[in-house]
Design a protein around this ligand. Structure first.
Ligand code: GLU
Length: 588
């Protein structure tokens, strides 16, 4: 039973009630005695939507509309997610699309199965461990590595969506492309955020197709409110709608992707048709663990998102956060300390599981309890070291650098039958590699690998290698209560900050019982292994000095979360969208 707690294969609702009860009985250590300071309650928060039947939260109103249209036509949560994703690739092209990858957590209400779908990009056969090093052996700058063909991984999103649809789709595949094709042909309005990011993106005019799409003939960037069509993407979508994902991987689209990557005028890469044909999405077991009376399930490696979130929550289980005020100094301190420990393990142990097996002890309650025991409740510790999760025959690896994203997208859906989806998808940084093919941008996901293949002579877990998937931080998450209700489908963009955003939101929703709108609007505090990061220009600034007083280094940072949440509550549904981006939540 214990193994099943943290390594469910397959995880079903049958296990959930037992887990939850066992966990609730675990003792809570008292929290330390820090000054009773907390982030003041915000006067303006995102709205919370309540509805009865079905609900979708996504990063753009047109995408949420498309998803809702599918739900209203009797589509499943998976159908709605696919339709919304196709629109996102059009209207939020900087964040995600068929030129990228993603991860999905799904709950199938028919058989109770919780599944984790891996559509992460893979490195081509031509990739090498040192490909992001300069000739002098030093890592390239991120901007230099991102641009052009070298950073492009074989896209995985479409293969994943087709695989999930074959299992959990109800509507015909072609129908799911309808809203996006119509918008691409008839035009949509450029949103303020898209316009702002076009204007601010470096090197976006490097390659002709991309320049022609995002800039006017006189070189000025598209403005918010302008109407934009994308006939090339409409044609691509039509082909894929009619012929399926094979048209993308096997046919002329795949050929064009390879050619664009190999013939890029800057940083040519190596993707070939063989790399495209070899791509496989994977259905994986989710990583699941207890939190209070709930079961939290996330995406395992190659994402670090699920494990790190479960670790933070697993450590927080040992503290009595429910009795601290929302956004308290105490909570910010404890969560930051737990995050430091989680990020130390993440750096040492997580990579593509095909190449780097991960120690499952990382999410065992005993291990997390022991790790929590090392946290001083009233003072910051120094840098955290990786733990020894019940072993270790596993290698520990050198550590690698972190990304901090303004792109990527997350959507959450629950349908009328109780099926749920949490999906985060990405082309990595805003506008990816800047290469555009047939109306869509190609990702730069390979820069999520460590640029340094070794640190102090030890190989890095997240080293580049052929057919390897780069480590991610994406954390699509499903949370279940003891009765098996999906009380949260949640996730966010934000690079390695995703982990902190999701963990904080879960604490805000369920320990502090904030409404979804309040929880998603709450100013952020997080740590990615080093300093505590507080959301700049927000009420979280009140925590700066008190955190410094107990030994933390504190940095004020602009945070770019885009949390989207849908969950069951009191027999109905509730949902909210992060006010920091352009998302909405819709339902009936
Ligand atoms: N590429 C990042 C990852 O997979 C996501 C980037 C972002 O959230 O902006 O973790």
């Amino acid at each position: 039973m214990k193994t099943a707690i943290y390594n469910p294969a397959p995880m079903t609702l049958g296990l959930i009630a037992t887990l939850a009860i066992a966990l609730f009985l675990s003792a809570c250590a008292p929290s330390g005695a820090l000054p009773n300071i907390a982030i003041p309650k915000s006067k303006t928060t995102a709205a919370t939507l309540k509805s009865e039947k079905h609900m979708i939260a996504a990063a753009n109103p047109l995408a949420a509309d498309a998803g809702l249209e599918m739900l209203r036509s009797g589509g499943s949560a998976v159908d709605a997610a696919i339709a919304a994703q196709m629109v996102l690739g059009l209207v939020e092209p900087q964040s995600s699309g068929i030129g990228g990858g993603g991860f999905m957590l799904s709950f199938n209400s028919e058989n109770g199965e919780i599944a984790a779908w891996d559509g992460r990009e893979t490195a081509p056969d031509g990739a090498t461990p040192g490909m992001f090093l300069n000739l002098d052996g030093k890592p390239k700058s991120f901007a230099a590595a991102r641009l052009g063909g070298l950073s492009v991984g074989v896209p995985g999103l479409l293969a994943m969506l087709e695989q999930v649809h074959a299992e959990q789709g109800k509507l015909p595949w072609a129908k799911l492309f309808g809203p996006a094709i119509k918008l691409a042909e008839n035009g949509f309005t450029v949103s303020p955020r898209l316009a702002q990011l076009i204007a601010g993106a470096s090197a976006l005019d490097t390659f002709t197709p991309t320049r022609n799409y995002f800039f006017h003939k006189d070189g000025t960037p598209l403005q918010a409110g302008e109407k934009l069509t994308n006939k090339k993407l409409a044609a691509t979508y039509r082909t894929i709608a009619e012929q399926g994902a094979k048209a993308f991987y096997l046919g002329p689209i795949g050929y064009d992707i390879g050619q664009t990557v190999r013939e890029a005028s800057v940083n040519p890469g190596t993707i070939t048709s063989t790399d495209m044909v070899a791509y496989r999405a994977k259905k994986r077991d989710p990583v699941c663990g207890p939190y209070r009376t709930m079961l939290v399930c996330g995406m395992g490696p190659p994402s670090s998102g699920g494990i790190a979130t479960l670790q933070i929550l697993g450590m927080m289980q040992e503290f009595d956060l429910q009795n601290t005020r929302p956004g308290s100094l105490q909570a910010a301190h404890l969560i930051s300390e737990a995050s430091k420990l989680a990020f130390a393990d993440r750096a040492a142990y997580i990579g593509d599981p095909r190449f780097v097996p991960w120690p499952e002890g990382l999410i065992s309650p005993d291990y997390l309890k022991a790790r929590a025991g090392t946290i001083n409740p009233s003072a910051a510790s120094g840098p955290a070291a990786p733990g020894m999760p019940g072993m270790s025959s596993h290698n520990k690896y050198g550590t690698s650098d972190e990304s901090y994203g303004i792109s990527t997208t997350h959507l959450s859906v629950i349908d009328a039958n109780g099926n749920a989806v949490a999906m985060t998808s990405s082309i990595e940084s805003a506008f990816g590699s800047r290469l555009m093919v047939r109306g869509f941008l190609l990702n730069n996901q390979l820069t999520d690998f460590s640029f340094r293949p070794e640190v102090n002579g030890a190989p890095v877990a997240n080293q580049v290698g052929p057919r390897k998937r780069p480590r991610s931080s994406m954390a699509p998450t499903l949370v279940f209560d003891a009765d098996g209700n999906t009380i949260a489908a949640i996730g966010s963009p934000g690079g390695s900050s995703i982990i902190g955003y999701v963990a904080q939101a879960i604490v805000a929703l369920f320990d502090w019982e904030l409404s979804p709108g309040e929880a998603l609007s709450m100013p952020h505090f997080l740590s990615r292994g080093g300093a505590v990061e507080l959301e700049i220009n927000s009420a979280a600034e009140i925590l700066k000095k008190p955190l410094e007083d107990i030994g933390h280094e504190v940095r004020m940072k602009q945070t770019t979360s885009g949390l989207h949440f849908v969950g069951m509550k009191d027999g109905g549904l509730v949902g909210a969208a992060d006010p920091r981006r352009e998302g909405v939540v819709l339902g009936d």
